[in-house]
Unconditional design. Structure first.
Length: 180
């Protein structure tokens, strides 16, 4: 039995084109992430220094451990920056192409909208819209199947959280209309 008989190849007709232009390189992303983490470390160190980062008569103050964790995070970020700036390699490999980034945004944008919609519509209605939207738009599944699946999923979540476990979840106007 040859290796080709064992290999399963699945072709995705909507996969990003391999000739799509590069959006950014690995080196650029590494520098950006290191700078963002360094900024976070400085902010955390400042705030934990403000709340107290030493020992008092009862033991460590509230900011003692978080302060030193932010120092470690800052050191790791500086190491990452130095590694990128002193490395001899050029821009390097492509981190993401334009077509790949478009696919990432197809997931990120609805997920971000879901977070905001949950505040006004409640968890269950927002979940219904998210699941139905993903299935119909990204998955290209028939609209009736998408709506039915989203409805069943939202109802299962409602029964699980509201009835079985009595967990308080964000509710919107539809739940208020039904008295929940």
């Amino acid at each position: 039995m040859s290796a080709s008989e064992d290999e399963i190849v699945v072709e995705d007709p909507s996969a990003p084109a391999s000739d799509s232009p590069a959006l950014t390189s690995n080196r650029t992303v590494e520098i950006a992430v290191s700078l963002a983490l360094l900024g976070l470390a400085v902010l955390l160190a400042f705030d934990n220094r403000r709340t107290g980062m030493s020992w008092d008569s009862t033991g460590p103050q509230a900011g003692y451990f978080p302060f030193y964790l932010s120092v470690i995070l800052g050191g790791a970020s500086l190491f990452g920056l130095a590694k990128q700036f002193f490395s001899r390699q050029q821009a390097g490999k492509t981190f993401v192409t334009r077509a790949q980034f478009r696919r990432v945004l197809q997931v990120f944008a609805p997920a971000a909208l879901f977070c905001f919609a949950t505040q006004w519509l409640g968890l269950y209605v927002a979940s219904f819209l998210l699941v139905a939207g993903f299935m119909a738009w990204v998955g290209r599944i028939a609209l009736w199947k998408s709506l039915l699946t989203a409805l069943l999923f939202s109802l299962a979540m409602f029964v699980t959280f509201e009835i079985a476990f009595d967990v308080i979840m964000p509710k919107g106007p539809l739940e208020a209309l039904f008295g929940h």
